[in-house]
Write a protein that binds this ligand. Structure first.
Ligand code: ADP
Ligand code: NAG
Ligand code: NAG
Ligand code: NAG
Ligand code: NAG
Ligand code: MG
Length: 429
């Protein structure tokens, strides 16, 4: 009963009434669907009681009604996501999530049960579950909830819309073509999220449907957006044999603890999924040479589930420290003394391109300092000069622009260009 009250508080009593109305009212769904609906409702009630989420706050139906510039941004099997501009005063762009009536989830259910209202409602429970979780979890790696709208004028088919911060879907192919530093950030964001989920206020949470498409990027930060398939229960067991964690390529045997739960199964499931969907693709290639052993260790330890989430996070933080402090740079003879420093005006002229450049006009890479930039310039056949720009990456490292063309240098500005000594002589700079 306490769960019922929690759910009522959460949804607002009239919304709960609408749910109840359908369950015992007219146009009763067939018994098989009815059973599924009751199961979902029970699960939602239990979750709400455990979550003790704060009551609904933030934006409501007025914001949804007044939204303009509505357009498709994504859809999955259950939900449809639209981008929209909120009315003043906020005027911000948000994502509006609702049940996808034409999605696979609802249409498969309709084929099976022939009851569109009941099927929509079944899917609505998923959205409501996600809403409860979004309200209870607070972390930069969880998409932010701005509000929600329950449209009861559509009774008995209650329509729920959640208002979320707008992101961009994660494009793995595109990510593979970004600099290592940016790919490392995605992985670091992910492990920070998994650390939070393993120690969340609701206990250890597993993302059962763990795939890149359940995440979005908001201002360069990775966030999980699809939470309807999250589990806050650890698998119950009697003996160790009950605790098998199976993946297509590998399976693990876990221990059954004295209180009858598979030890750390949620944390381990997330970690192995992070390894197979993210780390193997994003972490190793084009990483600085001296960091590769540390990255290999992270890959091996997560791929074998030797590390828990705490140790993995520590290992990531160590790599970040080595990278930021330049400790990964091998001690080599200085190249910088082969360059002449000249004060110039900065020009964004087109020049030679390089792999994983931060600019599509030319070759722009992040460096620790001018010394590292000199070593990079020496390793590029076309490079005759470089400028360490005031632009910084997320780790605080400056971006350096490498160029081959010397004829466009204008002396006298406040940027420093490092020109190869031999070239400077040739051009009599
Ligand atoms: N906040 C958001 N901003 C931008 N796109 C989003 C957002 N949330 C979800 N999406 C996009 O919509 C798709 C479907 O959302 P999701 O919650 O995963 O629904 P489903 O449960 O049907 O898989 C996602 O794969 C993603 O591409
Ligand atoms: C509820 O849905 C109806 C029918 O689609 C629509 O006309 C109405 O504006 C909606 N109300 C809100 C608050 O969004
Ligand atoms: C981890 O390293 C061991 C020993 O080198 C190797 O046998 C194993 O295949 C590696 N596992 C993964 C997932 O990389
Ligand atoms: C992992 O870290 C969390 C929070 O920092 C802590 O509460 C927990 O005890 C740690 N777990 C282990 C196994 O060290
Ligand atoms: C070098 O820069 C000058 C001046 O901007 C330009 O006219 C010339 O085409 C450039 N040369 C090359 C090879 O890009
Ligand atoms: Mg999804």
């Amino acid at each position: 009963m306490q769960g019922s009250r929690a759910l009522a508080a959460l949804l607002g009593a009239p919304a709960l009434l609408a749910v109840a109305l359908l369950l015992c009212g007219l146009g009763r769904p067939p018994p098989s669907l009815q059973r599924e609906l009751e199961q979902r409702r029970r699960d939602l009630r239990l979750l709400s009681a455990r979550a003790r989420a704060p009551p609904a706050r933030g934006l409501g139906c007025a914001a949804v009604r007044g939204a303009t510039g509505v357009g498709w941004v994504g859809s999955g099997i259950t939900k449809l996501v639209l981008g929209a501009l909120l009315p003043p005063p906020s005027g911000q762009r948000v994502a509006l999530k609702s049940v996808h009536g034409a999605g696979r989830d609802v249409s498969r259910c309709v084929r099976r049960h022939g009851h569109p209202d009941g099927c929509r409602r079944l899917a609505t429970y998923k959205l409501l579950k996600e809403l409860v979780l979004l309200r209870s979890l607070r972390h930069p790696g969880v998409v932010k909830l701005h509000g929600q709208c329950y449209n009861r004028s559509l009774d008995p088919e209650m329509k729920v819309t959640t208002i979320l911060e707008l992101g961009t879907p994660l494009e793995m192919i595109q990510l593979l073509q970004t600099p290592w530093e940016e790919r490392f950030k995605i992985c670091l964001d992910l492990i920070q999220l998994l650390h939070y989920l393993a120690h969340s206020p609701l206990g250890s949470i597993a993302l059962l449907d763990f795939q890149p498409r359940q995440f979005v990027l908001v201002d360069g930060v990775l966030k999980v957006t699809d939470l309807d398939d999250a589990s806050i229960e650890e698998l119950p067991c009697q003996v160790d044999d009950d605790c098998k964690l199976e993946f297509p390529t590998k399976s693990f045997s876990l221990k059954c603890t004295a209180y009858g739960k598979c030890e750390g199964i949620n944390e381990k499931m997330n970690l192995f999924n992070a390894y197979r969907y993210f780390f193997t693709y994003l972490l190793p290639h084009t990483a600085p040479l001296a960091l590769q052993p540390f990255l290999k260790d992270i890959l091996n330890a997560t791929g074998e589930l030797r590390y828990g989430v705490n140790e993995t996070l520590k290992a990531f933080q160590k790599v970040l420290h080595l990278y930021k402090s330049g400790l990964y740079l091998q001690k080599k003879p200085s190249h910088l003394k082969e360059y002449v420093a000249l004060n110039v005006f900065h020009m964004d002229s087109e020049d030679y391109k390089c792999w994983l450049s931060y600019s599509n006009l030319g070759c722009m890479l992040s460096v620790h300092n001018a010394e590292e930039a000199a070593a990079i310039c020496n390793s590029h056949p076309h490079c005759q000069r470089f400028i360490v720009t005031p632009k910084k990456t997320w780790t605080g490292r400056p971006l350096a622009l490498f160029q081959s063309n010397l004829t466009d240098l204008i002396l006298g500005g406040n940027m420093v260009a490092y020109v190869k000594g031999s070239a400077a002589q040739r051009e009599s700079l």
